[in-house]
Design a protein around this ligand. Structure first.
Ligand SMILES: [Zn+2]
Ligand SMILES: [Zn+2]
Length: 124
């Protein structure tokens, strides 16, 4: 519990405390980016999330700061990913046979076929 004096002190310096908390959060965020990676491990686009390589729940509690601290304490358990690759990783983890098929997948040829299909669909 806060005493009256502490409350008074807080209210008087409220702005300062808020600034301090914001700076602290920004510093943590920057450190996470430096240590865990600013680009996606798979496609090298800017990273948007951190995937736990063991599949352990990584949204710990509600506090953003707690989550950032957790990431830093367990940095070696995480990989930086973009949203698309993250979704794909989880999809392939639950459909591992697709991963094997993708090994022979020619993306350019598939794209050629898909573009034709889409053009045809739009014009019909
Ligand atoms: Zn990616
Ligand atoms: Zn994940």
């Amino acid at each position: 519990m806060r005493t009256e004096k502490q409350k008074e002190h807080y209210l008087r310096n409220r702005e300062h405390f808020i600034d301090y908390a914001k700076n602290y959060r920004a510093e943590l965020r920057a450190e996470v980016k430096t240590r865990l990676g600013a680009v996606c491990f798979i496609c090298s686009k800017p990273s948007e999330c951190y995937h736990n390589i063991y599949g352990i729940e990584h949204t710990l509690g509600k506090s953003y700061i707690k989550r950032l601290r957790y990431l830093l304490e367990h940095a070696e358990d995480f990989k930086a990913l973009c949203f698309s690759c993250h979704r794909l990783v989880h999809f392939l983890a639950s459909n591992p046979s697709t991963l094997e098929k993708l090994r022979h997948f020619n993306l350019e040829r598939a794209e050629q076929l898909i573009r034709t299909l889409l053009t045809h669909r739009e014009s019909s």
